[in-house]
Design a protein around this ligand. Structure first.
Ligand code: ZN
Length: 338
């Protein structure tokens, strides 16, 4: 079955066609980075307005690249759970219009469950159980996946997400948007021990995360330097700050795997493409005999393929969503085995 997946959780507009929940026929993502660069961060109204303008074009391109006519689609899937409300409404409205007009089922999918599923899209034979660190601008969670489609929340951030603090600190440094990528690029050649940063919540047994203290520590250091008439050495500051985020994520992820006796760790979400995170997690996990897997970057960022892929299983096991499907900015991940 061919499923069109639509994804508009945040600022990007994405659509994809996936066959039988495993074969990605197309995966189109139109970024708004240049639009939001001028404001140094995402402006929700502007994001949704742009999505209204471009989403139909993105869907047309996804069908075109897949070599598929709309009439060949077996279902239309959309993220209707998690993200900016206006942006989700744009995607949900488009999905309803397509599903209704084509006379095919509509499937509402949870954005974070779809991120976790991207690992199965990358490798349908991916073993379970595994612990998935799903980390992006809008979420930072540790989830145990005992079997495909079943999720046990082990820990989550109590305040900011990892992606959010990378973006915000980049803004304090005047690096523009998207900040996380700029911090990674600049940090490549920096000394990660040059500036001291705390490792939030790294002591103790809990698996929850917290990044707001780290963000504050960065802001205070930048202000203190500027008060003295100095500017932070960008490469070193970015390397040091990013390293504090990476070490915190790695430590908690491995603690989760150890505690639950799970020999495999997966990554999901936009920050999962962060190279130091991938490398450090692989290095430290390898030393403990724990394997690490992650999808390719195009399946880590917000994308329609993860939506269409998960929707195939959801439709088969739970049936379609109603045409009055709502848009929910935040919903717990529940899942259902498939
Ligand atoms: Zn996301």
């Amino acid at each position: 079955m061919l499923i069109l997946g639509i994804e508009t959780a945040c600022d990007d507009s994405a659509a994809a066609v996936v066959a039988d929940g495993r074969e990605v026929r197309s995966n189109v993502v139109l970024s708004q980075d240049r639009l939001h660069e001028r404001w140094g961060g995402i402006v929700p109204e502007a994001a949704a307005r742009r999505q209204v303008e471009v989403l139909n074009r993105v869907i047309a391109q996804a069908l075109d690249e897949a070599g598929v006519e709309a009439s060949e689609l077996g279902a239309v899937a959309v993220n209707n759970q998690h993200g900016l409300l206006r942006s989700i409404i744009v995607g949900v409205s488009a999905a309803k219009a397509f599903a209704y007009t084509l006379g095919v089922p509509l499937v509402g999918v949870h954005h974070i469950e779809a991120h976790i599923f991207a690992n199965f899209l990358e490798d349908p034979e991916l073993p379970t159980p595994h612990v998935c660190l799903t980390v992006a601008g809008g979420h930072s969670l540790l989830v145990k996946v005992p079997e495909p489609g079943r999720y046990e929340l082990l820990g989550k951030t109590r305040d900011d997400s990892a992606g959010e603090v990378l973006d915000k600190v980049a803004r304090h440094l005047g690096l523009g948007f998207p900040g996380g990528r700029r911090i990674q690029e600049l940090g490549e050649s920096g000394d990660r021990t040059a500036y001291p940063f705390p490792r939030p919540m790294s002591e103790g047994d809990g698996l929850d995360l917290s990044f707001s203290g780290l963000k504050e520590a960065a802001r205070r250091q930048i202000e203190e330097l500027r008060r003295r008439g100095e500017e932070p050495r960008l490469e070193d500051f970015c390397a040091s700050f990013q390293w504090a985020v990476v070490e915190t994520l790695v430590k908690k992820t491995l603690a989760a795997a150890r505690r639950h006796g799970v020999p495999l760790v997966t990554l999901a979400g936009g920050v999962a493409s962060n190279r130091p995170l991938r490398e450090e997690l692989a290095r430290r996990a390898g030393a403990e005999g724990i394997e690490v897997r992650h999808p390719r970057p195009k399946l880590c960022i917000d994308n329609g393929a993860m939506i269409a892929g998960l929707a195939f299983h959801q439709l088969r096991d739970r049936g379609p969503s109603p045409l009055d499907l709502g848009a929910v900015p935040s919903a717990p991940i529940q899942g259902q085995p498939y």
